[in-house]
Design a protein around this ligand. Structure first.
Ligand code: FAQ
Length: 336
């Protein structure tokens, strides 16, 4: 359903960028050669400063998204409608926490510590996905997050399995396998509700109406307004542009909505025979930027919850450090 294929047109509308200054011509030539040959850059390899910074920015934002992304669904663990749904939801939320940890580890290989990344999140300097700043109002929202939010995340993340930076690409392979289970469990939960009462069906449609446009915005600004895309694609970090991924996601989701029996809330959504893609309506980019800049419905609550969880966990980090220093002292004493 969500493939590695390149069956989208080459992006032509990317914002143009000035190539970064060359810091070390010989090393740069070796780096360029590897990128052109579709090779992998590893932590010990020389890399341009801009490449390192772009990766730390993207991977840490991605890690923060996974961790903050635990919150909207986590709210529903104690209210899941059955033991089976509760067990599935606990496993899913736990997986998202694991994804955050692989990603922080991948970013650490670039020389930025987890403490620095978390400080940037907690002080509001670092971004995380806009989608996690909206509330989960009823149980259907949990299914819709699985189907649409995880579906959008997979569409974006599958090409990252071929990212030019080795540790990120390898982390993404496992993440995508788990996201695939997340998408399916959400879709299956919604299929069950759509076979239920009229009230359940209305609940699913209401959740789809509230989440659809927000999911389309997850892919980031249009190519023409995306400051990072052109260079990130030149470096083989991003493989498919924001607009092309958005299009792929829409084309994959329309038939799934039909099977489910819901209407996607866009009167302009229709198949375009000439383009062999669906046309779709206008995304509200003002709302997107307002949310990204901290003014969405749940931004303050999400950040406060993360900061509190981090502070409440200080004793665990202190205990782990005290234990490891005790072990080190013991080893040194035994060796003396
Ligand atoms: N939200 O030039 P571009 C998940 C920012 S994981 C907030 O296009 P880029 C799993 C962007 O950072 C979801 N900010 O930037 C899950 C940049 O700001 P900066 C997260 C956004 O990096 C499911 C500025 O706009 N996935 O859902 C957003 O080339 C269910 C300009 O944008 C990833 O992070 C946004 N939606 O492309 C968990 C995947 N879009 O840094 C729990 C990896 C853009 O200049 C439950 N990341 N911005 O201050 C990426 O692929 C890319 O970073 C993009 C953005 C595509 C997100």
């Amino acid at each position: 359903m969500y493939t590695q294929s390149f069956n989208v047109q080459d992006s032509t509308g990317l914002k143009s960028v000035t190539p970064p200054a060359v810091e070390n011509p010989e090393a740069q030539a070796r780096f360029d050669q590897k990128i052109d040959a579709d090779g992998k850059i590893e932590p010990q390899d020389w890399m341009p400063d801009g490449y390192r910074k772009t990766l730390v920015r993207q991977i840490s934002q991605h890690a923060h998204s996974e961790i903050v992304g635990m919150l909207p669904e986590g709210n529903w663990i104690s209210r899941a409608p059955s033991l089976k749904r509760k067990a599935i939801l606990i496993a899913k939320v736990q997986d998202e926490g694991g994804h955050g940890l692989y990603l922080y580890s991948a970013a650490e290989t670039l020389g930025t510590s987890r403490g620095q990344m978390l400080d940037a999140l907690h002080s509001g300097k670092a971004k995380y996905s806009s989608i996690f700043n909206y509330p989960t109002l009823n149980w259907a929202d949990v299914g819709v997050i699985g189907w649409l939010v995880d579906g959008a995340a997979i569409s974006n993340q599958i090409p990252l399995c071929r990212c030019s930076y080795g540790p990120y690409a390898r982390a993404m392979i496992r993440v995508c396998k788990e996201e695939s289970f997340h998408q399916r469990q959400g879709y299956e939960a919604l299929l069950t509700m759509m076979g239920g009462t009229d009230a359940q069906k209305a609940m699913v449609q209401d959740a789809v109406n509230r989440w659809w446009w927000k999911c389309l915005a997850m892919f980031g600004p249009p190519d023409a307004d995306s400051p990072h895309s052109a260079q990130a694609m030149r470096w083989g970090i991003k493989r498919i542009s924001n607009d092309d991924l958005r299009q792929k996601f829409i084309d994959a989701t329309v038939p799934q909505a039909r099977v489910l029996g819901v209407t996607l809330p866009d009167p302009d959504l229709k198949w375009n025979e000439e383009r062999q893609h669906h046309d779709y309506g206008q995304i509200d980019w003002d709302e997107f930027w307002s949310t990204v800049n901290g003014n969405g419905p749940c931004n303050k609550e999400r950040l406060a919850t993360r900061v509190k969880a981090h502070n409440d966990g200080q004793w665990v980090r202190d205990a782990a450090l005290a234990y490891s220093s005790k072990q080190l002292n013991k080893t040194l004493k035994d060796a003396a």
